[in-house]
Design a protein around this ligand. Sequence first.
Ligand code: LLP
Length: 429
Amino acid sequence: MKRKNNLIFGGWDVVDLASRFGTPLYVLSEDAIRDRCREVQSCFLKKYENTHAVYASKAFLTLAMCRILETEGIGLDVVSGGEIYTAAKAGFSMEKLIFHGNNKSPDELRLALEKGVGRIVVDSENEYDILEGIAEEVESEADILFRVAPGVDAHTHKYIATGHTASKFGMPVLGDGITRIVERAMTSRFLHLKGFHFHVGSQLKDNMSHLMAVNVLLDLISNVRDRSGFLTEELNVGGGFGVPELPGEDPVKLSDFIDPVMERIISGCEDRGLRIPQTIIEPGRWIVSEAGITLYSIGLLKEIPGVITYVSVDGGMTDNPRPALYGALYHGVVANRMDEKASMKVSVVGKCCESGDVLIRDLEIPSIKPGDILAVFNTGAYNFSMASNYNRNPRPGLILVSEGKADIIVERQTYEDLLRGETIPEHLK
Ligand code: LLP
């Protein structure tokens, strides 16, 4: 039953969800994810010819998420054997996978070849050697891209900037390393080079870095054509499209971000006499972040008069490490007191033994009681996927909601789950 005092999300009274499924609880709106996928369809895939979109699964991946993406015609960017395995288990079409990573293991590369992953993005010349060796050994061909570090410094937290020359990802555009490896790939029997990839960074609020990187890449594409005769078929411009963090910030429209990038590619190709390559995008956060909220039960309140008031919740940096890692900002509401006026300013803290376990600073809320439900918005991306069991806290359950449906898609961990795989050696028994 919907009560007017309670927050409604994805068509559901979240206070009811909290009492039915327990807290902390991740809640994901299927409709919100599908809406974003449809925006990708209308503002990119249908609007521009010869385009392809993959979702960056590191943002959030489960079996159910794979099914949603597949039914929306979106592929997957994966970065590990675990992500490939998840997609395979969900019955995802393997040719729609793009496999990234700066240190893919030989086993992961073998798995990718065996499963027939659509593209392998080679990160370095060393990796090229290893992949070519494995492809020869298993007699399997693969379509590849080269990841390029375009030397562009994106304006975001330094931990999530990836396009600069000193980045651990990709091959620097300076020097003739890329031409050399392109020429090697042109004669490879097993590896078929289709083009290039860049990813400049994450949670970007504008497309300046993408535009600069496109210029760099088009120069590279034209150089390798002139020097080696290599014709680039694909240009993958990565993800990184940001999301608003706090109320009052406007959502990022995909077309505002991507139209200028496409215009730059089209005009840049014309200027250089290049055929327009297939353009690929890899949004992660933008698809799923705003589709998720996390529900917590409020526990103890601690007021240090004249200094600060803490409100503790039953989760924290274990289910959302982003504030502690990147200083990320979140907003929340007391979900069972939606029509009550704010009367205090608090810091919302988790239950971990870390002073940095602060989810939200200076949140204005009405007066509360233990057992009230705090809903934190915008937690769909990089929360579940980066969660930990620190302090031996079991991970929250995850439910997928849509009109009339609320399904558990990931069970809440039990204490027994925490012990899975542990043994006591004989001499300690
Ligand atoms: N493509 C590649 C090759 C990437 O490395 C990434 C993200 C993406 C696409 C998707 O980026 P997005 O659209 O989600 O911004 N844990 C950090 C984010 C790390 C992103 C790493 N790469 C966070 O919580 O902010």
